[in-house]
Ligand binder design. Structure first.
Ligand SMILES: [Zn+2]
Length: 553
């Protein structure tokens, strides 16, 4: 009967569109909608043949009328709507973007946005994506983490981000020196030996320091001394000559390079003069042929610097596209990487995949699906407005995907033991009530040893409840059988009996909770995602001690 209805729907639509319904087209659509119909293919063929014949005997008006009667919403075969707008001047096949993570830790949910947006556009325009580690020396507060390089790749691979090349800022110091020297020779940059405080003060009031008027020769000599280690850290910087009266004080003669003696995790102490990010990007975006740059709208000064330097050299310019800030409304989701690193060092959290880090690794551990993260990010769009997003939206995206794969099991968090006055030894229960095709499992029951949630017991004691999968009882220390009838309004509670399994569930705040679960969880594999009644979705991480990670409700 179900086949017939679906076949009729497609036959009518097909006939309306092409004048006649085609058997092939209709059967394809039916199979696409109900794949399990394959099992009854003979029957299906007969049904579709009959329906197609019937529809093809109808007049055009009758077909229209039947469609109206069935209130079929026509699915127009318009082109698949792209979730994000076109980018200005984007050319198919001639499109280059770079994804530039700073390796201070693995990517977290916030960084995922940048990665997914770049990947999305590169795929859309059949372009090239360069994974370009933004690993200049960093700062004391925000150091580079040696492990981050691999953790970032791991996160990107998991998200399905396709990058075509990998580059490192730390491999390119000589290039930055060369262009810095050129700027000095052009009289566009100078070595400033003023103190940090002086530079800041002059910038505030818009006054030039005497270094600004040094001769090119003198600047070149001082720059060489910076490189050769003859000038101490903090005693000299290279500054770009912009305009000390520029309306934006931050743009007044910004620093291009500075001395930092710290050891770099990749190149050690090989270099002591390091470029500021904007300077390195101005050079690299030109050299690697970046056509489009996606960046947060708060990074306007970076745009200005790049443009300014491109103009000096007369270089082709990349297009900037800005988007607003994304804040996740969830306690803990804003933990910074440097704070996280300190917590790991102090042993307060286990590692970068601890759920409190919100790293991609931690989300994977909890059972998040990369497609869910992608859908979530693409839905946010590319607006310049700041967005505060409840984390529930991400959870909802993930639920849509894992609900289709996760079976439902029993686990009781705060067990209270009860007895049944009714003999039952075994029950058979569906893996998922909404997906009967997944089959059933058997659960052994000992009527003298049933565990229910303490909370349920206290709330419902003396009342009729349904023990899910069994029957209705009057809930008490010894619960009496009431009926096999399951009434809609009767509260339904989960339970377990013996044998059972002790499990651990790690919550997003790092707390570990213990529970008793039905024995059939033993047949799960590591990585399997299940739904425990009342608790929510969890992913089995370690089978040895049955440790699950909680995903969401
Ligand atoms: Zn100076």
């Amino acid at each position: 009967m179900k086949f017939e209805e679906i076949a009729l729907k497609y036959a009518l639509l097909n006939a309306k569109q092409y004048g006649k319904a085609s058997f092939d087209a209709v059967i394809k659509r039916v199979l696409a909608e109900i794949p399990e119909a394959k099992k009854e293919i003979k029957n299906l063929i007969k049904v579709v043949e009959n329906v197609v014949n019937e529809v093809n005997s109808l007049s055009k008006e009758e077909i229209e009328k039947r469609i109206l009667e069935m209130s079929i919403v026509e699915v127009k075969r318009e082109e698949r709507k792209e979730p994000l707008p076109e980018l200005p001047e984007a050319e198919y096949g001639k499109f280059v973007m770079r994804l530039a993570p700073f390796p201070s830790g693995p990517l977290h949910i916030g960084n995922a946005r940048m990665a997914i947006l770049n990947d999305y556009y590169v795929k859309r325009y059949n372009g090239k994506l360069i994974l370009f580690y933004d690993d200049t020396i960093g700062s004391e507060e925000k150091p580079i983490d040696k492990d981050a390089y691999e953790l970032i790749k791991d996160g990107l691979d998991w998200l399905g981000i396709k990058y075509h090349e990998v580059m490192y800022k730390s491999d390119r110091l000589e290039i930055y020196y060369k262009y810095a020297e050129e700027l000095i020779k052009m009289g566009k940059a100078y070595v400033c030996t003023c103190s940090k405080e002086e530079i800041q003060k002059n910038r505030r009031v818009g006054i030039e320091c005497s270094c600004r008027n040094r001769s090119i020769e003198e600047n070149l000599r001082l720059f060489k001394e910076m490189l050769d280690g003859k000038i101490e850290e903090g005693k000299a910087v290279v500054r770009l000559k912009t305009d000390m009266k520029h309306s934006n004080p931050a743009f007044r003669d910004r620093v291009l390079l500075r001395i930092a003696e710290r050891e770099h995790p990749r190149v050690g102490k090989k270099y002591r003069v390091w470029p500021m990010l904007e300077f390195s990007w101005a050079i690299d975006d030109y050299l690697i042929g970046t056509t489009h740059i996606l960046r947060g709208k708060e990074l306007i000064i970076e745009d200005m610097m790049e443009e300014y330097i491109w103009n000096i050299f007369g270089w082709r310019k990349a297009k900037f596209i800005h988007y607003g800030l994304l804040r996740l409304k969830e306690e803990g989701a804003k933990l910074s990487k440097s704070k996280t690193r300190k917590m790991i060092e102090r042993g307060e959290i286990k590692g970068w995949d601890d759920p409190r880090t919100w790293s991609l690794q931690s989300l994977r551990k909890r059972g998040f699906q990369p497609e869910a993260i992608r859908n979530f990010i693409l839905k946010l769009g590319l607006s310049e407005a700041d967005i505060t997003m409840p984390i529930d939206i991400l959870y909802a995206e993930n639920r849509k995907i894992i609900d289709k794969i996760a079976d439902r099991y029993f686990a009781v968090l705060n067990p209270i033991r009860i007895k049944l006055n009714y003999d039952v030894r075994k029950i058979s229960i569906k893996y998922h009530p909404d997906f009967p095709e997944r089959g059933t499992r058997e659960i052994s029951v000992n009527p003298n040893e049933i565990y229910v949630e303490k909370e349920d017991f206290e709330k419902l004691k003396g009342k009729s409840v349904v023990l899910i999968g069994m029957f209705t009882v009057r809930l008490d220390e010894t619960s009496e059988f009431v009926s096999y009838e399951i009434l809609e309004e009767t509260p339904k509670i989960h339970w377990i009996s013996v044998p059972n399994v002790k499990i651990k569930i790690v919550m997003p705040n790092g707390n570990e909770i213990e529970a008793l679960a039905e024995e059939s969880v033993k047949s799960l594999k590591e990585g399997d995602i299940v739904q425990f009644y009342r608790v929510g979705f969890c992913r089995l991480d370690i089978k040895k001690d049955m440790t699950f990670y909680f995903a969401h409700k």
